[in-house]
Design a protein around this ligand. Sequence first.
Ligand code: AMP
Length: 403
Amino acid sequence: MYKVMAVNAGSSSLKYKLYEMPEEKVLCSGNVEKIGLPDAFFGIKFDGKAEKVQTAIPDHAVGVKLVLEALTKDGIVKDLSEIKAVGHRVVQGGKYFSHSVDFDEDAEAKITKLIPLDPLHAPAHLVGFHAFKEALPNAIAIAVFDTAYHQTMEAEDYVYPIPYEMTTKYDCRRYGAHGTSHDYLVHTAIKNYFGGKEKGTRILSCHIGSGSSLCAAMDGKCVATTMGLTPLGGVMMGTRTGDIDPSVMDYLCTCTGKSVDEMYDIFNKKSGLYGVGGIASGDTRDIEEQALKGNEQCLLAANLFARRVADFIGSYYVRMGGADLIIFSAGIGENSAWFRKLILERVQDALGLKIDYELNEKVRGVETVLSLPESKIKVIVLPTDEEVMIARDCAKRYENGHC
Ligand code: AMP
């Protein structure tokens, strides 16, 4: 028995989950939030208890120190040397990474090169890595990439129709994201519904939460995904546009006098359900509540979201020459019966789906088959678990020497 830590470092936050392996038992989880701000705090959950401490956390290093102190103080670990590996979630792996790797000098240099592609997260991942390396110098560090699972796409699924030298010179192409989640969902589904046999499976995975993406997987491998060069592309999301005509950027900059940077920020943070609904919330619970009270803008936002997801389901059905299983996951997919219904109603006739809508109403966060036996495609709700994938890669690296 040994312990591994899954880490997700953002620019002002750090989420963590400590596992006992190989049992995959969660020992504790928590977060450090608002790093560098006056109201910084750190939280830890273990044994059914939750603690939250507001204290000065000027940087990630202090945040990591607080987390590790809490682990020993609360008796979760006797000695920090029990933690054998730390797995860091990295959003953008670009063309370099098709699987998890040791977070060594070479990985660091490549992630640094990728900063222009992900200026929001990449520097934070590096800061998080250094903070843990300093605090736990003997633990193995690995990097787990959100883009890695999508590296099996073929050129016609990832090349943009821009001048080709721009694709090659600047590595400007579709990379996708949420790959760790889609990998988990596809392989859990293969284990639970196809007897563990990848060959011949055609799975459509819908990770729909505040960030949303769809993935088409054949034989367990990604063939297409909706997010693009960055997580801004694909389906409409909580606050992001998803795919839109690129001319919208130029046109709105001209109309509003805003800069490209300002407009880009609006596309990322003020669009999607938030932007269309007009109630200063991109949360589906608020959108649903207002829509059901008769707010037409919120109803439009919800219908638009469902339409975008439905359109991609149709597109990926064609891409795979059919589908055997559709998965709903993440915050909306796992919890919102109303949004699932809005989407399913838009695809059911074309795809021959027969759904138990009474059951759909009851399902929240629990693996469930929503389709009836006569449905041409099985439809399921499957909670995602990105952290356990990171923990598994840590365990593989610790036990076998490679991820
Ligand atoms: P995620 O990014 O996967 O954590 O998803 C978060 C989003 O899921 C929230 O912003 C909501 O839009 C949605 N969500 C979470 N819980 C529920 C719920 N119980 N009912 C409806 N939507 C939910």
